[in-house]
Write a protein that binds this ligand. Structure first.
Ligand SMILES: [Zn+2]
Ligand SMILES: [Zn+2]
Length: 435
């Protein structure tokens, strides 16, 4: 079948599968169009058959895409079009980057994995599963050499797993087993210590977040754990109840703290002649605030970033011109920071007290709303509690005692909860009027 036949087939298939517009009261008849059948499809076996057929068709088409893109790479087509890889070729015709890279990866791996390819041809294996098998095999082969027979055996074992993550887990198990049984070469670097196997992926997710995975040698892993450990400790809530953050959340918060500490140090490598910082692009008038790498952010987050300008060194208008009006006044001077450090002794949020070096200096009345950069308009907050102010409904003000006081999130129509003393004042009376 050449491409023309395929086009005709796809046209016919789409016509068959696309429901024609039907009146509202007959909406439940739409499914009839999915099968070439005049009767209403409401019974379970028929619906399941439609689903199974569609999944098989999807698997076959994904296989066709993977094979076609691998063939295009072998023929040198991406290079002729000034593209780097087959994945770029796919994105140029509208495939999302993640799916494009996966298709190219699965296509390239196909040749070495005939048993898997045979199943894909039949539509019995989804592309996510095929990708997991391919990755599993290369995970093992990066650690031990496999003969063709051994590789076929590995593929068979991986293919009986139920899910892509099951495949991944099994592959790691097989790799560990095979390494153990391999004849020991004294000069070889143990797998655990081999930095050549290190890998980090950073993938933007559909909702604008960033997902990362790490595969580290034992020493780098040790350094990661040593760096995270002291930063992961639970912080009790102001009322003394335990930190509600699960360990994964605390680890991620700790990792953020490591990044901020690193970014605020001066001994790090330059990028284009400047120290790389978080860049917030704020349109001067109307428009959406956005980050240099990450794209649009909410006003609350933009205000958090702009609140302490040690977090961002570049504020620009929509045309990219720096907005440096009054910048010097916006920054808390070292002298004011020192004063804040003496008064707050670290994060001022009740029950926190994280060290001064971890803290942002928060403008209580935002600078752009006329709030001065002064001791009486500043408060030291760790990132967790700075976020609680900008995002979480907490409020802070300077009391008559000239210390920060906090108001927990509450329904504005209901009674106001008791105001809480700053961390540094926790042993004093809780009457805001008492000095
Ligand atoms: Zn702030
Ligand atoms: Zn804090």
């Amino acid at each position: 079948m050449d491409a023309t036949h395929l086009d005709t087939f796809i046209d016919a298939l789409i016509d068959d599968l696309t429901p024609a517009p039907v009146p509202e009261d007959e909406a439940d008849r739409r499914l009839c169009h999915l099968l070439d059948s005049p009767r209403r499809i409401v019974d379970e076996p028929a619906l399941l058959a439609v689903l199974a057929a569609a999944v098989t068709a999807r698997n076959v088409f994904d296989h066709v895409i993977a094979q076609a893109v691998a063939a295009a790479e072998r023929a040198g087509i991406p290079a002729r079009r000034h593209l780097r890889t087959g994945a770029d070729l796919l994105t140029s015709i509208g495939v999302a980057p993640g799916a494009a890279y996966r298709a190219a990866r699965v296509g390239r791996a196909a040749e070495a994995l005939p048993a898997l390819t045979a199943q894909q041809r039949l539509g019995g294996v989804g592309i996510e599963f095929a990708d997991a098998v391919g990755k599993g095999v290369s995970h093992i082969e990066s650690r031990v050499a496999l003969s063709d027979d051994e590789r076929a055996e590995v593929v068979t074992t991986l293919m009986i797993q139920a899910t892509p993550s099951g495949v991944d887990k099994k592959a790691r198990g097989i790799a560990i087993e095979k390494v153990k049984t391999q004849s020991v070469d004294d000069t070889a670097v143990p797998v655990a210590e081999n930095t050549d196997l290190n890998d980090m992926s950073v993938v933007p997710t559909g909702d604008g977040r960033l997902s990362a995975t790490l595969d580290l040698d034992v020493l780098t892993g040790e350094e990661l754990l040593a760096a995270l450990d002291p930063l992961c400790r639970p912080i009790p809530l102001p009322d003394g109840s335990p930190d509600p953050r699960p360990v994964g959340r605390r680890r991620a918060d700790a990792f953020g703290q490591i990044l901020r500490t690193y970014l605020s140090s001066s001994g790090r490598p330059m990028s284009g002649g400047v120290l790389p910082h978080v860049t917030l692009i704020r349109p001067a008038e109307h428009g959406v605030d956005s980050l240099g790498f990450g794209g649009p952010v909410s006003t609350a987050t933009a205000e958090l970033i702009a609140c302490d300008s040690t977090l961002t060194s570049v504020l620009v208008d929509h045309s990219g011109a720096p907005l440096d009006v009054g910048r010097a006044e916006r920054l808390f001077t070292p002298a004011i920071r020192k004063g804040l450090a003496v008064r707050d002794g670290g994060c001022a949020h009740p029950g926190c007290g994280r060290p001064v070096s971890w803290c942002d200096a928060h403008h209580i009345i935002p600078w752009e709303h006329g709030g001065p950069t002064s001791l009486d308009n500043g408060v030291l907050l760790c990132r967790l509690h700075h976020t609680a102010i900008h995002h979480g409904g907490w409020q802070v003000y300077i009391g008559p005692d000239r210390h920060p006081w906090f108001i927990p999130p509450h329904d504005p129509t209901g009674p106001e909860p008791a105001h809480l003393r700053s961390h540094a004042r926790r042993t004093m009376t809780d009457l805001p009027t008492a000095a």
